[in-house]
Design a protein around this ligand. Structure first.
Ligand code: SF4
Ligand code: MG
Length: 326
C-alpha cells in the first residue's frame, strides 16, 4: 500500500557567504498510515530540517536542492507557496516544541480552532464550535465547553500543548509532524503528551513523524525509528530491532544512552567527540572520526544504506563484500 509520506534522496542546502552547506544529504524514508516514525539524533543532525522540508518551511538562504517528497502519492516539494500553505493547514498538522509559536496570544483558543476548522471544511460556525469542543475533550482538556473561550496564557504548558494538538488534528490531516513536542514541558506531563500523540495517530490512522533527541520517548512511542547523523540516516528500522539490536556504531552508542531502570546509570557506552559542524563534515563516513571500528575505506568512501533484515544501515561493515579484482 502507498505510504502517507515518502521522502526520496532529499537534499537541503544552505548558502552562506563562504560556501554552500548541505544540511540534508540523501535522506529517504516512508511513513505508513497509522505509523509513528521517530527521528532521533544529536542536535544539528538534520532532524528538524527534514521536518521543515516536508512542510515546505525551508526559508532562503536554505532550499531543497534535490530529491522528492510525496504525500499520499502527490509531489509536495515543488509546490508554490500558497499551495503548500494549504497542504500544511489541511493535510499536515504540526506540533512544535513551544506551544506559543502555534497559538496567537490575543485570540481565544476556541476561535483559533474554529477558524482552522472553517478554513478547511464547510462546517457552520456552530457546528465548528461543537467540533472544537469535542476535539478539546479528545485531547484531554477538562470542561472544554468552558475552556474553549479561554486565552492561551490561561492554560498551563501541558494544557497549551494539548490545545496545539487539537489544532493540529482539527482538519483531520494525513500526517502529523511533531518536533520535540515535550521538550519545553514539565517531566510529569511529557509522558501524557507523548501517549496522547500516539493514541491520536492510532485512532485516526494518521501517520506521525516524531522528531526527538530522547531515546526513551522513541522506545515507548514509535513503530519505527530513523537515526540521523550529519544530515543522513545512519540506520532505520522497526523500533524493537533498532533499540535491541542496533547495527550502526553510532546507533549502538545512542542506544547505550537509554536509561533502563530508575536510579541505575546504564550509560555504559559513551560516544567520544561530537558531531561535526556542517562546514566540516569529513569525507567518507561522517561518523568516522568518532567511530572505534573505522577502517581505511570509511575515510574515503561514503557508505550507502543497505538492507539488513528489516533494518537499513549506512555503514561499510554491513556492505556485502565486493568481488576483488584479480
Ligand atoms: Fe564506523 Fe566505518 Fe561504519 Fe562509518 S562506515 S560507522 S566509520 S565502521
Ligand atoms: Mg531540532
Amino acid at each position: 500500500t502507498q505510504p502517507v509520506l515518502s521522502v526520496r534522496n532529499l537534499e537541503v542546502e544552505f548558502a552562506t557567504r563562504r560556501a554552500t552547506l548541505r544540511a540534508i544529504n540523501g535522506v529517504s524514508f516512508d511513513i505508513a498510515k497509522g505509523e509513528v516514525l521517530g527521528v532521533v539524533g544529536e542536535s544539528g543532525a538534520g532532524k528538524s530540517v527534514t521536518g521543515l522540508a516536508v512542510i515546505g518551511l525551508i526559508d532562503p538562504p536554505g532550499r531543497i536542492s534535490g530529491g522528492q517528497i510525496e504525500l499520499s502519492g502527490t509531489r509536495i516539494d515543488q509546490l508554490p507557496p500558497e499551495e503548500i500553505r494549504r497542504v500544511r493547514g489541511k493535510r499536515i498538522g504540526m506540533i512544535f516544541q513551544d506551544p506559543l509559536t502555534s497559538l496567537n496570544p490575543l485570540y481565544r483558543i476556541g476561535d483559533q480552532i474554529i477558524e482552522t476548522i472553517r478554513t478547511h471544511t464547510s462546517l457552520s460556525e456552530s457546528a465548528a464550535r461543537q467540533r472544537a469542543i469535542d476535539l478539546l475533550a479528545e485531547v484531554g482538556i477538562p470542561a472544554p465547553e468552558k475552556r474553549i473561550d479561554g486565552y492561551p496564557h490561561e492554560f498551563s504548558g501541558g494544557m497549551r500543548q494539548r490545545v496545539v494538538i487539537a489544532l493540529a488534528i482539527c482538519a483531520e490531516p494525513e500526517l502529523i509532524i511533531a518536533d520535540e513536542p515535550t521538550t519545553a514541558l514539565d517531566v510529569s506531563v511529557q509522558a501524557q503528551i507523548i501517549a496522547l500523540i500516539k493514541r491520536l495517530g492510532r485512532d485516526h490512522g494518521t501517520a506521525v513523524m516524531l522528531v526527538t533527541h530522547d531515546m526513551g520517548v522513541i522506545a515507548e512511542t514509535c513503530d519505527r525509528v530513523a537515526v540521523m547523523y550529519s544530515g543522513r540516516i545512519a540506520e532505520i528500522g522497526p523500533v524493537q530491532d533498532v533499540v535491541r539490536n542496533p547495527l550502526h556504531p553510532y546507533a549502538k552508542g545512542l542506544m547505550g544512552a537509554i536509561p533502563t531502570l530508575a536510579g541505575e546509570d546504564k550509560r555504559l557506552v559513551q560516544i567520544p567527540g561530537s558531531m561535526p559542524r556542517l562546514s566540516a563534515i569529513p569525507p567518507g563516513c561522517p561518523f568516522n572520526p568518532r567511530c572505534a571500528l573505522a577502517f581505511d575505506r570509511c575515510r574515503v568512501e561514503r557508505p550507502e544504506p543497505v538492507r539488513h533484515g528489516a533494518q537499513s544501515v549506512a555503514c561499510h561493515l554491513f556492505e556485502p563484500a565486493k568481488e576483488t579484482a584479480a
